[in-house]
Design a protein around this ligand. Sequence first.
Ligand code: FNR
Length: 180
Amino acid sequence: MTIAAFCGSLRKHSLNRSVVNHMDQTSDDIQVLSLEDIPLFNADLEEQGEPEAVFDFKKAIKEAEAVLIVTPEYSHSMPGVLKNALDWAGSMTYENVLDGKPVMIAGASPSVLGTAFAQEHLRVTLAACGAHTMPQPEIFIGKAAEKIDKDGKLIDQGTIDFLESALNGFRVYANGINNL
Ligand code: FNR
């Protein structure tokens, strides 16, 4: 299986990037994508031909069998950086590469709720794009600053085990969706 994975934070020491990196380092089927060079969505740019970073991002999603999104929570929603990338990927005016895609979502935050509000919104956006977001388990990594060290390493065994089991479940879920 190929799983295209990205996080909704551009921050170098992002907790959410650390989660993506951990999953990448412990699996051999994850391809990490960056949102760094993706411009603000503008349908005029799309009409002129997608910017290169958008083209590459969408191509990687299109070619992947599944998608993993790890989101921070900003003001009880997903960051604009992530919503913007999804606006490009799930474009209603050009090509929607999220349509029919199996997606697993997760999120990490220093607060106890672990991005529960943001993930609620993310689920709604992904449903609007036609993606199949795995309903369970919900992966809320709360108090993440205590579970990830300053070098970005996951140090909480419970979280490590939970992520491994969720990802194994996701592979089964994604195969099921792709064989519908
Ligand atoms: C936050 N943060 C935050 N956390 C949370 O649990 N609920 C929230 O609503 C918010 N709101 C919020 C708004 C803005 C503008 C910022 C910058 C931050 C804190 C946030 O979870 C924390 O900064 C994380 O470390 C961000 O994720 P990364 O960059 O570490 O992946």
